[in-house]
Structure formats: structure tokens, C-alpha cells
Design a protein around this ligand. Structure first.
Ligand code: PEP
Length: 257
């Protein structure tokens, strides 16, 4: 973390777990465990139907609401889609794009991820752009090359001012939901490379202003070591974000340094 230049962000990804009726009780329990002083921004990304409940309950606990996906289209005849305008209208401040589950199950391409990020920026929502290599790519030593490609593709056409509103989440696919966490060294190495890519594209000032998160089986036990790395500015957390005490422990782990 480097709080001098950029925000620390702890973001939960509830995926298709929980119900809107579960938001208030969750936040009430979370409040009991949250550290009194906060060294980071906290966000819970949920399905769109839960965002109004999160906005309402989250105010009490300084938890922002985020979406898990967005349409690339602004408006129109796109049955089932949720636009960036709709997310902004109900109070979402952040939205995940390019999660590996969307890339795998919905065949989302890097150019679609880029269009979604731009749609969010146009409505003042911070995109949390996920990138990450497969186990096969890691074993073939292709991680850095692939991550650099994904970051460049996701940021294509985004200018130097807008890029500072973007958050990049490095999520090795082999670590998501598997209980296999990248070591702090592995995670730092890739997050540092992501910053180097942003530096090449936008210069040093922008590169040091962009928050880069690690995601992939981050939990109450391993968070402190991961968050102690200089280029890891927070976490994108799946499973552990569904457990109030564990999520609060991860938030508390940002107090170091
Ligand atoms: C995720 O889905 O973004 C994620 C990191 O999940 P988990 O923490 O469960 O590995």
C-alpha cells in the first residue's frame, strides 16, 4: 500500500450469493466487527437488485455500494441489461468489469471489458477492472506478457485523467474460489508489473495514482501479508466478503504501514 499517492480499497464481491433481504442484517453484523478508525474505502459489489438496500444500509457503516457487471450500451432495446446510468441512479459508486467468471461463462472479450469500463467512467462510476492469468499461462511463464496485454486492452482509449478513476484488480484465475492464494511475492510481482504498464501508457504520476488490488482467496489470515506489499492497494474479496467478521478483519488489516 502507498496511501500517500492512492486510495486503499477493500471491495467485496458477493457474486450470486445473498439476498436483498440479507443486506441489512449483514451490515448490522459487519458494523459490530469494523475497526473504529478506517484506513481504506470499503465497498460491497452485489447484483444490481441489492444495490438500493446496500446504499441504504451501508451509509451507517461507511460501506459504498458497487455493481458486479454493466452493459456496454447506454440505453435502448437490450432486454435484461443494466446500464451504467441505472447503476449510478441507484447509488452505485463502483462496478466490477471483466471478472474471470464473466469472461469464462459469458465469453466476455477484452474489448468488451474496455467498452464496459468506458461506459462506467462516463457516468462517474469507478470501474474495478479484473485481469488475471490461468494456471496454464503461469506454468508456461506467460503471466507478465498476458497481464500486460489485458491491462493495455482494458484501458484502450481511456485518457490520463480517467485512468486515475480506474481500479485494477489482479486476480489469478487459479486462485479464485480455490483456497489457493498467490504468495505475497507472486502477487506483488504482478501488481508491480501492472503499475509499470500504466507508467508506460500514462506516465509516472498517473501510475502512482491508480489503486491496484489483489484478489484470489484473500482471507482474514493472509490479508495482512498481501496488503503489506508496496504495489497492492487493497483486495477484491469473494468468499470472505460473505462473512462479516472476516471481511472486517481484512478491512482492519489495512491499518498497517
Ligand atoms: C473473486 O471472485 O473476485 C474472488 C477473489 O473470490 P475469492 O476471494 O473467493 O477467491
Amino acid at each position: 500500500m502507498n496511501r500517500k499517492y492512492r486510495k486503499t480499497v477493500i471491495a467485496g464481491n458477493w457474486k450470486m450469493n445473498q439476498l436483498a433481504s440479507g443486506v441489512k442484517p449483514f451490515i448490522e453484523e459487519l458494523k459490530e466487527h469494523m475497526p473504529k478508525t478506517r484506513s481504506c474505502d470499503v465497498v460491497l459489489c452485489t447484483p444490481a437488485v441489492m444495490i438500493p438496500a446496500m446504499v441504504k444500509a451501508g451509509k451507517d457503516c461507511r460501506v459504498a455500494a458497487g455493481g458486479e457487471d454493466v452493459s456496454k450500451f447506454e440505453k435502448g432495446a437490450y432486454t435484461g441489461e443494466i446500464s451504467a446510468d441505472m447503476l449510478a441512479d441507484v447509488g452505485a459508486k463502483y462496478c466490477i468489469v471483466g471478472h474471470s467468471e464473466r469472461r469464462e461463462y459469458h465469453h466476455e472479450s477484452d474489448s468488451l471489458v474496455n467498452e464496459k469500463a468506458k461506459a462506467l467512467l462516463a457516468k462517474g462510476i469507478a470501474p474495478i477492472i479484473c485481469v488475471g492469468e490461468s494456471l496454464e499461462q503461469r506454468e508456461k511463464n506467460l503471466t507478465m506478457e498476458y497481464i500486460a496485454y489485458q491491462v493495455c486492452a482494458a484501458l484502450s482509449g481511456i485518457d490520463g485523467t480517467q485512468v486515475r478513476r480506474c481500479i485494477i484488480a489482479y486476480e489469478p484465475i487459479w486462485a479464485i474460489g480455490t483456497g489457493k492464494t498467490a504468495t505475497a511475492e507472486q502477487a506483488e510481482e504482478v501488481c508491480c508489473e501492472i503499475r509499470a504498464v500504466i507508467r508506460r501508457l500514462y506516465g509516472a504520476r498517473s501510475a502512482r495514482a491508480v489503486s491496484i488490488l489483489y484478489g484470489g482467496s484473500m482471507n482474514a489470515k493472509n490479508a495482512a501479508e498481501l496488503l503489506a506489499q508496496p504495489d497492492i492497494d487493497g483486495g477484491l474479496i469473494g468468499g470472505a466478503s460473505l462473512k462479516p467478521a472476516d471481511f472486517a478483519t481484512i478491512v482492519a488489516a489495512t491499518a498497517q504501514g
